[in-house]
Design a protein. Structure first.
Length: 314
């Protein structure tokens, strides 16, 4: 059954139209707003391209939701369950837009920004106004990479986080709720750590750009696509997280210290990570999970190599 969701998306660029494609595919009603006539003229074509990608990814639900292209937010704002601001990464712009959203949206509407790094407390400084506001940061392109980081401001009502989670889950996004606000959220803090080190290694003459991209593409990337950094550490070392921390922690601490970073994998922290990883395996042994990963990586590598042999995607 198609979800009875009405979404207002502000901005008909790549992120806004990608979001719109997902909601339309799920059967939701979408008000897509952009004051630029040129952006509105190409919006449906962009949505169609995202829809093709959704189909290729095997995630299509075949819904036939309606998309209403508009130059002003007023009409859709009064009806929206969820408002997604997908405009420029510009603080002043977002502050003006959110003032209009707060003044015109329904009292129970979730008001979200797809900002890549600007926390909500800077966009809406008044904690009383933050009650129904949060960041909903997608991974580009959100049409096929469905995880969305939900980052609250200090004044965000927990019910708003729950409501946002329910609305996004209904159209088959995978919301990840953060416990508190931090600049860059999760994805860009992790991504920036890798990219900062990559730039350093090139600058220091340790390796060239192709070498670093190759190590990521052929090594870390396929594993992280299936496991993530904590599960990868758990599966790579007999004895799991605690053994990995004991074996690699000192070397990682030295690497961090050389970069001016504090790395303190203290015993309580390691125990907490190990306990969470054990709970997430839900009774499955590390050996069984490791065997699954070996098979899964093999299949992923085969699919990747087929794509690399056909760069046009034909």
């Amino acid at each position: 059954m198609a979800p009875t969701i009405t979404t207002l998306i502000l901005g008909a660029g790549g992120i806004g139209t990608s979001f719109a494609a997902v909601f339309r595919d799920a059967g939701a009603t979408v008000h897509l707003v952009d004051p630029d006539a040129g952006a509105r003229d190409v919006a449906l074509g962009r949505i169609a391209a995202h829809a093709e990608a959704i189909s290729l990814s095997g995630q299509s639900r075949g819904g036939a939701g309606a998309v209403h292209l508009q130059s002003d937010m007023a009409e859709g704002l009064a009806a929206a369950d969820l408002v997604l601001e997908c405009g420029p990464e510009d603080l002043a712009f977002k502050q003006v837009v959110f003032r209009k959203m707060l003044d015109g949206a329904r009292a129970d509407a979730v008001l979200a920004t797809a900002s890549s790094a600007i926390p909500m407390s800077r966009i809406v400084p008044d904690t009383a106004d933050q009650r129904r506001c949060l960041v909903a940061h997608p991974v580009n392109p959100p049409a096929v990479l469905r995880v969305v980081e939900l980052c609250p401001a200090p004044g965000t009502d927990p019910a708003t986080m729950t409501r946002a989670t329910d609305l996004l889950t209904a159209v088959r996004f995978v919301p990840v709720a953060m416990q508190r606000e931090v600049e860059g959220f999760l994805l860009n803090r992790l991504q920036s750590a890798v990219l900062r080190e990559a730039y350093r290694l090139v600058d220091e003459g340790v390796a060239d750009v192709d070498a670093l991209d190759t190590v990521m593409r052929l090594g870390l990337g396929p594993r992280w696509a299936l496991s993530g950094p904590f599960e990868t550490a758990e599966l790579n070392t007999p004895g799991g997280i605690a053994a990995h921390a004991a074996r690699m922690g000192p070397a990682y601490a030295r690497i961090g210290a050389a970069r001016g970073e504090t790395v303190d994998w203290h015993p309580d922290l390691v125990a907490r990570v190990a306990a969470e990883r054990t709970a997430l395996r839900a009774g499955q042994s590390r050996g069984a999970r490791r065997a699954w990963r070996t098979r899964a990586v093999a299949r992923l590598v085969a699919a990747r190599d087929a794509l690399m042999d056909d760069p046009d995607g034909g």
